[in-house]
Design a protein. Structure first.
Length: 395
């Protein structure tokens, strides 16, 4: 099973994708769906995708969500046979552009190497910066073609995945891997109706997620678990486990749902002390859970700590977690002296597998009241047991 989940991870994190140009990821999902009779694929008017078990009708499903885009260039027009004007969609600092190697993605696996020659700031009414890309040999590019950074295909070395686009295709791979396992499990009492929502255009302000809230593709009472990769910090190291993200730079998430997901993680850890997970507020960016919450849904987030966020390797060492010993994780800093450059994004494979495991367990038990009493009931039980302590009021 793990080999299959790694195959999904390796395939997806290497797909060229860009905000508004997520077609290759959509193709992958369509192929995956076609091979499974038990899955329905729905599409809203904005091109967001919803996967569900055939015939599922719950008004209160659990929805794993991930986005299909990654920061990249989109061709505006060809300037001459060896130069192309392209828009950059996503958050990458200006200093990473000029001189960096890129690849113009044509049909199939075909591509042409190029280099960023110039970068222009956005001029109103345009919202995105534009770059002139130069090619050594003549190319034919069409408006809308994707240009990605020129990075090696995804590879796994010593338990770490280095890939062009972990954000958010690793989250998407985890959602699909867990959904697939849950589809095979016979529906049991307490098992949730789990669906997968895949959104477009997250990197410029979760436009697809906002559209999904408006299009009616998400049942109003759904509980959304947004899956992300999120910039790792010293106190949220790579390899210390998936993160129950209580909030982001902008907002904090639904306390009830976040609590329940944390309880699921804690139950796995009680059974298997080798299971690592973290509970953090990740302030490195704003994620779709904030949009879902603001638009009236119940949402929380699970994320994977990410190195070289948005392909920006600024030369500061990534922080990795050592093996868990006596219940405490030991952070180990590995020095990687280099200057700022475009680089592969990095996640830990064990974090990925633990995220899939957490999602599977969440799907199986989140609606199981006996397994997961809400916090309020736990407090009431505690009060009933200990209220005697308050009997003496003569203080
Ligand atoms: Zn991102």
């Amino acid at each position: 099973m793990q080999a299959r989940h790694e195959k999904y991870l390796l395939e997806l994190t290497g797909l060229p994708t860009a905000t508004g140009r997520e077609g290759r990821v959509v193709d992958w999902i369509e192929r995956w769906t076609r091979r499974r009779r038990s899955v329905e694929l729905h599409r809203d008017r904005y091109g967001n995708l919803m996967l569900k078990r055939v015939g599922s009708r719950s008004r209160k499903p659990i929805v794993f969500t991930a986005h299909m885009d990654h920061p990249a260039f989109v061709v505006v027009e060809q300037i001459d046979s060896k130069q192309v004007l392209a828009e950059f969609r996503g958050g990458v600092q200006d200093r990473y552009f000029v001189g960096s190697r890129v690849r113009l993605r044509l049909g199939g696996a075909e591509s042409r190497p190029g280099r960023v020659l110039r970068l222009d700031a956005p001029v109103k009414p345009r919202l995105d910066k534009r770059a002139v890309i130069g090619f050594a040999r003549p190319v034919t590019a069409n408006a809308g073609d994707v240009i990605t950074w020129d990075l090696a295909p995804p590879k796994i070395v010593r338990g770490l995945l280095s890939a062009p686009a972990c954000d958010d295709l690793a989250g998407l791979a985890a959602a699909i891997a867990a959904f697939e396992v849950l589809l095979k499990a016979a529906p049991r009492p307490g098992a949730a109706d789990v669906r997968v929502l895949l959104t477009r255009a997250e990197e410029v302000g979760f436009i697809g997620a906002i559209g999904a809230c408006k299009s009616g593709i998400i049942p109003k009472a759904a509980r959304l678990i947004a899956l992300e990769t999120s910039k790792s910090f010293a106190d949220s190291p790579i390899g210390a486990g998936p993160i129950v993200r209580v909030g982001d730079r902008t907002a904090s998430f639904d306390p009830g749902l976040t609590y329940c997901v944390g309880q699921v993680a804690q139950r796995i850890e009680q059974r298997d002390p080798g299971f690592n997970w973290q509970r953090k507020l990740m302030p490195g960016g704003t994620c779709e859970a904030t949009a879902y919450q603001a638009l009236g849904y119940t949402a929380t987030c699970l994320c994977l700590p990410l190195g070289n966020y948005h392909n920006m390797n600024d030369g500061t060492p990534m922080v990795f977690a050592g093996a868990k010993r006596s219940g405490r994780s030991k952070a180990v800093a590995r020095a990687r002296p280099c200057k700022a450059k475009i680089d592969a994004e990095v996640i830990s494979l064990s974090d990925y597998h633990a995220l899939v495991r957490l999602l599977i367990e969440a799907g199986k038990t989140l609606d199981h009241k006996a397994h997961l009493p809400p916090l309020r009931r736990q407090l009431d039980t505690l009060f009933a047991r200990r209220r005697g302590l308050l009997a003496d009021t003569s203080l």
